[in-house]
Design a protein. Structure first.
Length: 183
């Protein structure tokens, strides 16, 4: 009788241990995804500092190409940001939409170690496009027991109407980007 009670109790403890481990894994993944989203918000804000008013009012502003991430993507549609894997320009850093399990930029969109992917959506808030809503979406596969498609990060991003959405976790971050005034 005592062995039966001990067995039932130990099964309960093992089930709680499994749930605690899974909860810790999920919390860690969520933390890494939030960190990636915040990092992309900072990249967009930094990139927008290169976006200054032109002397002649034009829509879109002619110096918008100085803002590498914002340039030509103000469509209101989700897109995969371009990789910048060689330091260049005023930013002088490396950027990629793909990240490994530790939240570090991946050099290739089809690398085996990709865990997190990033999409951006830029929507104009004013007619003259001097104020832009910038959204960052970080997603990663739900099921850890099956390896994800190694190309899932370079494919078209999942839409909210797509059945594939159930296969991913999502984290969103939003900010507004404003054109800088030249002194």
């Amino acid at each position: 009788m005592a062995m039966t009670v001990l067995l039932i109790g130990s099964i309960g403890v093992m089930a709680m241990q499994r749930a605690a481990v899974q909860g810790n894994v999920d919390a860690r993944e969520l933390d890494v995804a939030n960190s990636i989203a915040r990092g992309w918000i900072e990249r967009l804000e930094r990139d927008a500092t290169l976006w200054t008013q032109a002397s002649i009012a034009q829509t879109p502003p002619p110096n918008l190409p100085s803002a590498v991430l914002v340039n030509e993507n103000i469509t209101g549609q989700w897109f995969l940001p371009q990789s910048r894997l060689v330091p260049s320009g005023a930013q002088n850093d490396v950027e990629s939409p793909a990240f490994d399990i530790l939240g570090q930029d991946e050099a290739s969109l089809s690398a085996a170690g990709i865990r997190y992917c990033t999409n951006l959506r830029l929507t104009p808030l004013t007619m003259d496009q001097t104020l832009i809503r910038a959204e960052v979406r970080v997603f990663w596969p739900r099921n850890l027991t099956v390896s994800p498609d190694p190309n899932y990060c370079s494919q078209a991003p999942p839409s909210s109407l797509d059945n594939d959405v159930a296969k991913y976790h999502f984290v969103y971050a939003v900010t507004a980007l404003r054109q800088n005034v030249e002194p």
